[in-house]
Design a protein around this ligand. Structure first.
Ligand SMILES: [Zn+2]
Length: 291
């Protein structure tokens, strides 16, 4: 089907751009998108729901994030997306409802910071709750076949929450942290978004391990892995230390320049003080590095 193929091409392009940037797209890239010689903005200039003419169902929705978790999200791990104000059965709401029938995949954008969008896709509109004026958006096709999603059993609920963490919270965390650090590794200042991760200072398996910028560090892939392996530590006063045994090793240029020469460096911090790594969280992690 033509519409499904068009969506696939748009999503492929988004995936490639997001990958190159570090997991996000700039508003301007999305507004100036062209395909087959014509303009097809992927987001709306002013509205959260994007319904291009000629498509049966909504193409993209934007959810603004106010905290580490999405404001449209409830504790059930599913997304409750508010109707566009006005008539529930016309305008933008009509093509959202059509998406339930057509099963067309949508793109969800989390707007993390002004002008920056984290794509989460494909997502599906699976239900309509007129009494609360929201659509239910699932991050996985499986939810289309689970019946009434308000009565998920315990295992389905756990699955929904785990999925939200992987598909929604982790990408959003990466965007927030990378942007805070101007898309640079805090240890070596490497500036390629595609080679950068958001590392948790306190891992997300711990109670303190929340997906907030002060619990994050923008690190290149090698320094992220070295940090997680305790080959590289960061002191609560923002200094890099390399483990004693790693300092004693003799190997090629990656070990020497990429790791050993980082010993004693000062972290490159975000410009905004509120985004700086939390010293108490660094201390928690530093204790585990020194063991
Ligand atoms: Zn690095």
């Amino acid at each position: 089907m033509v519409e499904a193929a068009l969506r696939t091409r748009i999503m492929d392009w988004i995936r490639i751009r997001a990958e190159a940037n570090g997991g996000f797209l700039h508003r301007q890239e999305l507004l100036s998108f062209r395909i087959d010689g014509r303009d097809l903005p992927i987001i709306d200039f002013s509205r959260g729901i994007r319904n291009p003419a000629g498509l049966s169902s909504t193409l993209a929705i934007v959810a603004s994030a106010t905290g580490p978790y999405d404001d449209t999200e409830s504790k059930d791990g599913l997304l409750h997306y508010a109707y566009r104000s006005g008539d529930a059965f016309s305008g933008d709401n009509r093509k959202m409802r059509a998406a339930i029938e057509t099963g067309m995949p949508l793109i969800l954008f989390r707007k993390e910071v002004a002008n920056y969008y984290t794509p989460v896709m494909p997502v599906y509109v699976v239900d309509d709750y007129p009494e609360e004026r929201t659509f239910l958006v699932a991050l996985d096709e499986a939810f289309r076949y689970m019946g009434d999603l308000r009565d998920l059993d315990v295992r389905q609920r756990e699955y929904a929450i785990r999925l939200a963490k992987q598909r929604l919270h982790q990408p959003a965390f990466r965007t927030r942290v990378l942007l805070a650090y101007d898309t640079r590794c805090a240890v070596c200042t490497l500036k390629h978004g595609s080679l950068l991760d958001a590392a948790h200072i306190v891992p997300d398996t711990e109670v303190l391990g929340v997906p907030t910028t002060p619990n994050g560090l923008a690190l290149c892939k090698i320094h992220h892995a070295a940090y997680d392996q305790n080959m590289l530590g960061i002191t609560p006063d923002y200094r890099v230390e390399i483990a004693v045994d790693v300092m004693a090793e003799v190997d090629g240029p990656m070990l020497r320049h990429g790791i050993q020469e980082m010993h004693g460096r000062e972290l490159t911090l975000p410009r905004r003080r509120a985004d700086h790594p939390d010293r108490a969280l660094l201390a928690w992690r530093w204790e585990r590095f020194r063991r």
